[in-house]
Design a protein. Structure first.
Length: 669
């Protein structure tokens, strides 16, 4: 190219050189424009120098500047060869890769900003339908759930069930092994074999070395039980915990409630090794995880909330013993569990995205009055274990004094409070004609009360379909939580049957609704309302002293709510009470009868299985026809909870209107 030649020939030689360079450096299409630009610059400089030398080779090379320039280097864009798999586009990436690529967006912007940006982006891209769906889904907290239900109905799920999905069905339908195999016979392509179900079951139990089963007890060590609970819960929350920072993952707290209770059991034809042992009574302690929170820099953030804190769905067994509930046994159990709580260590897990550390807080609130009296050494059932006042002074409604702050931790025992208030009103109704409490009654007065009782019970059965104040075969009586709910839901009818003032029944109904709502309560408003109710009771029935339950709610209720770590309605003992019924059922239908040890192990396994956090979170929540709160209840709740309830109610009304429109269209068709 340095010989004397016309410029056209130089251009051809440059073009040839360009092609050879591209081949030698394996230039990709992406880097070709930049490489061509570099070569064009080289060509322009060469032509200028060549013309300056009169297009002569000797003259060109005789100049030192030209010679050094020719010996210089030209840098072309490098081709970076990556080892391993080629990089995928965002659309082809896995869920985890997408989360990693978008982490900086989530850290720098709020969820509201990202949602609005997605809405606008879809709209500008021409996806008006997608933009509308994004906007519609974020109108209110419950709107997305309703849209999800519609999508599930319109898009059929995959028919093939995984072992975990099949186990969820197995537990939710309360199936036995034989029942599952019968169902599987007709659908072998859908349901996995039972051996795979058994493998999935084993994942729901803590390690074997932490479980102790004998003829008279079945126990899981509390540390192992809570560790296993966190393991299963973290599997459900993996997507959430993965986007947390390391500091957030290491500052988690699990708040749980626990308690103990005794009940009667069916006696079986199985011998004990020790003659003094029997299975007539059972005493069990259990724990329910309520809320997982992140405490960082003085701020608390809810990571997970138990959707049904008063349901046995998450109620996990700690210890089951075949002993009768007595004061000594109750104190022994509380001391035994509290010692384990005191020695609890945080749960540490190692995940692919980092470590998780969870501390544990356990609240003793799943208790009834009997357990509270035993734990506080209160000798009389007619004595308040909080202030030690007796029934003689309950009606005085004295301001709080001599309050034992440590006894406020037991909560309000909401289920038993509902039943005890109902029973108090029943006893007043029986004695309304004579207006005497416990003074000596004449035979004539006893007959009047007896006839009055018979009349009231008959009217309850005929007019409300309730069996009231009657013994149940084997255990307890018919004054259950369900009976008391029906009583307080119909104040007018209940007042008509019992003769109790309707205003008092209604006010007690409002108080019970407020404390069992599960929302935060304005304690000042609650205290005023409770004292008003107490004064109304005193004006109407001063001859009948308040029960300890009434005294506790009217006088100490606001203080107990103030000291509660969570909303008082979430600390109910209802879950533990329901487990008594489950225990009887599991012993009868889901346990081997050839050995007491095997029987107890099967019962414990079933309790662990049905309360497994992962399975319980995946199981569909049972539909519930909940009635709206009364205005007085809403007035006692915090404003943020009232706005949430109002919005949910508005969404439900819209949903009902939509379903009505659909029904009308189907009728027309």
């Amino acid at each position: 190219m340095m010989n004397e030649c016309p410029s056209e020939e130089i251009g051809k030689k440059f073009e040839y050189m360009e092609n050879e360079i591209f081949k030698s450096i394996h230039c990709s299409e992406k880097n070709k424009p930049k490489a061509k630009s570099i070569l064009k610059t080289f060509q322009a400089v060469f032509k200028r120098k060549w013309n300056a030398s009169n297009r002569g080779h000797q003259r060109f090379m005789s100049k030192k500047v030209n010679k050094e320039w020719l010996e210089g280097l030209i840098s072309f864009p490098k081709e970076v060869s990556k080892s391993g798999r080629p990089q995928k586009s965002f659309a082809e990436s896995s869920g985890r890769s997408k989360r990693r690529k978008t982490a900086h967006l989530r850290n720098q912007h709020s969820s509201e900003e990202l949602t609005y940006a997605a809405h606008v982006s879809q709209k500008m891209s021409g996806n008006a339908a997608a933009a509308k769906i994004i906007k519609e889904a974020t109108i209110s907290p419950s709107r997305a759930n309703k849209m999800q239900k519609v999508i599930k109905k319109s898009i059929p799920p995959s028919l093939k069930k995984s072992p975990m999905e099949a186990l969820g069905i197995f537990v939710n339908a309360n199936l036995s092994r034989a029942q599952y195999n019968i169902i599987r016979e007709s659908s072998k392509d859908i349901y996995p074999c039972y051996s795979l179900i058994q493998q999935a079951k084993k994942m729901c139990y803590p390690k074997e070395e932490f479980i102790d089963v004998t003829e008279t007890k079945a126990e899981v060590k509390l540390q192992a039980l809570l560790d296993h609970t966190i393991v299963r819960l973290s599997m459900y929350l993996d997507d959430i915990l993965e986007v947390f920072s390391e500091a957030e993952r290491n500052n988690l707290q699990l708040i749980s409630k626990w308690g103990c209770d005794g009940s009667n059991q069916t006696q079986y034809n199985q011998k004990f090794q020790h003659a003094e042992s029997n299975d007539k009574y059972i005493f069990q302690s259990s724990i329910v995880p309520i809320r997982l929170i992140c405490n960082l820099a003085g701020q608390s953030k809810i990571v997970w909330q138990n959707p049904t804190p008063s349901s046995p769905r998450f109620c996990r067994p700690i210890r089951i013993r075949f002993v009768k509930e007595t004061k000594a046994i109750t104190k022994e159990e509380i001391e035994y569990i509290e010692l384990q709580i005191k020695n609890l260590n945080g749960t540490k897990l190692t995940k692919s995205y980092g470590t998780i550390e969870v501390k544990h807080i356990a609240l003793l609130t799943m208790v009834d009055g009997k357990v509270c009296n035993a734990a506080t050494d209160t000798s009389s059932t007619m004595k308040c274990f909080i202030c030690e006042e007796t029934s003689k002074t309950f009606n005085d409604l004295k301001p709080e004094s001599n309050v034992k702050v440590e006894n406020l931790r037991f909560g309000l025992s909401i289920l038993h409070a509902r039943i005890r208030l109902f029973e108090t009103l029943l006893q007043i109704a029986y004695k309304l004609p004579i207006k005497k409490w416990r003074k000596r009654l004449t035979d004539e007065e006893k007959k009047i009360c007896s006839d009055r009782r018979a009349e009231i019970l008959k009217r309850f059965k005929n007019e409300m379909g309730l069996l009231v104040d009657m013994p149940k075969a084997g255990f307890g009586n018919t004054n259950t939580g369900k009976t008391s709910r029906v009583f307080f839901q119909n104040p007018a009818m209940s007042a008509n049957i019992t003769g109790i003032d309707e205003r008092l029944i209604y006010k007690l109904k409002i108080i019970l609704e407020a404390i069992s709502s599960g929302f935060k309560i304005n304690t000042d408003k609650f205290k005023n309302y409770a004292m008003e109710t107490g004064k109304l009771y005193k004006d109407l029935y001063e001859w009948y002293p308040m029960s300890p339950t009434m005294h506790k709610i009217f006088v100490h209720g606001a203080t107990i709510i103030d000291h509660a770590l969570l909303p008082i309605g979430q600390l109910s003992e209802e879950a533990a009470e329901a487990r008594n019924k489950h225990l009887r059922n599991y012993r009868e239908h889901f346990a081997q009868k050839c050995s007491r040890i095997k029987c107890n192990r099967d019962v414990l396994n079933r309790l662990l299985l049905t309360s497994d956090p992962l399975l319980s979170s995946l199981r569909p929540k049972a539909a519930k026809n909940s009635k709206p709160f009364e205005k007085e209840v809403l007035d006692m709740l915090m404003p943020e909870d009232v706005s949430y309830i109002s919005q949910s109610k508005h969404d439900d009304e819209e949903s009902n209107n939509d379903s009505d429109d659909c029904n009308n269209e189907s009728d027309l068709q």
